[in-house]
Design a protein around this ligand. Structure first.
Ligand code: ARG
Length: 340
């Protein structure tokens, strides 16, 4: 591996910030678990269309390779070291945004968590992944009331069950080429699975891009209800699991885009008029710091004017702040749609 491994056309943040000096300083460094610079940047090297192009193999990666992670994080999040990331998962009580369901099809909030003492998914061995899966299953078994549910292990499911869960969008797939080059797909589907509450409003993905992706969702616009459910689950899981967290960078995740709150809160919203006025929608999203994704998720297209709109900022903002901001932004977007 050398600096020239990056294809000419790649425009990723990792390529931009990996100067010759930084490369020389980090080239032979390793974390205690043996994670190297070459592994961290492999996805960016193999995928010239990466936006970021770097992944952490363990919590220590953020420290060992800080000369590279820090400038990437600072540019992506607009947040530099010296500040502290704060959390706030107190209860919210906001009226429903679109009670008649004219625009908002569904609301979904997820956070990512990784456990202290285990390598992150791109660098973990199969036996450790198994240990981790068992630990998570135990913690999930303590969830109470509406959060109670079943764990579906990918290894133990037959094709029919997989198809059934895929149809309901309850399952995650093997990672894309970005995750693949990072090493996140190793031993797939081994030790992966999804926990799904009986009422289908709460899910946990186990051993996807992060150890846990904790998800609350509903086919309504009731953001408070979705958010409060997620917070209750987090409080319960926090009792049994110790999450990797840093004073400056908040919750530590595989991809540095997700650090901080690690929260993505958003809706599927149908905007037939604004679809014809893309600049107006784009400007509203810019103003409220929101991100538009395709109907079927990251790097997909818009179908039937259904946009996935979510927060852009995750670091240097509280969970509570993300939801309040999303709420204000969606109010403005719905108002604009109605006025057209
Ligand atoms: N590594 C990819 C890139 O740099 C994805 C980044 C964000 N997405 C994610 N699932 N972590 O473009």
């Amino acid at each position: 591996m050398s600096l020239s491994a990056f294809p000419q056309e790649s425009g990723s943040l990792v390529k931009k910030h990996l100067s010759r000096e930084i490369y020389k300083a980090l080239e032979h460094k390793q974390t205690c678990s043996g994670f190297t610079l070459a592994k961290a940047i492999n996805s960016g090297v193999k995928n010239p269309d990466s936006a970021i192009g770097i992944y952490a193999g363990d919590a220590q990666s953020y420290d060992t390779f800080s000369q590279l992670f820090d400038p990437v994080i600072s540019e992506y999040h607009g947040f530099s070291k010296g500040k502290k990331h704060k959390s706030d998962i107190t209860k919210l009580d906001l009226p429903s945004l679109d009670p008649e369901g004219k625009f908002i099809r569904s609301t979904r909030i997820r956070v990512a968590r990784n456990l202290n003492g285990f390598c992150f998914p791109c660098h973990i061995s199969l036996p450790r992944r198994k240990e981790l899966e068992n630990k998570i299953i135990t913690a999930l078994s303590f969830l109470k009331k509406d959060l109670k549910g079943n764990y579906f292990s990918f290894e133990q499911m037959d094709k029919k069950k997989i198809q059934q869960l895929e149809k309901k969008n309850l399952i995650f797939k093997k990672g894309d080429r970005f995750q693949d080059a990072a090493g996140i797909n190793s031993d797939f589907p081994g030790c992966r699975g999804v926990f799904c509450s009986f009422n289908k409003k709460f899910m946990v993905w186990v051993n996807e891009e992060d150890h846990l992706r904790i998800i609350s969702l509903e086919k309504t616009s009731d953001i408070s209800s979705v958010y409060n459910r997620l917070c209750r689950a987090l409080m319960s899981l926090n009792r049994g699991l110790e999450f990797a967290r840093d004073e400056t960078y908040g919750y530590l995740t595989s991809c540095p885009t997700n650090i901080g709150t690690s929260m993505r809160a958003g809706v599927h919203i149908q905007l037939e008029k604004l679809e014809q006025e893309k600049d107006l929608l784009g400007n509203l999203c810019l103003e409220y710091n929101l991100q538009i994704r395709g109907t079927l998720g990251e790097k997909t297209k818009i179908k039937n004017a259904v946009f996935d709109i979510s927060n852009r900022q995750r670091l240097g903002v509280t969970e509570h702040g993300i939801i309040s901001n999303l709420y204000q932004g969606l109010m403005a977007i719905i108002k604009a749609e109605k006025n057209l």
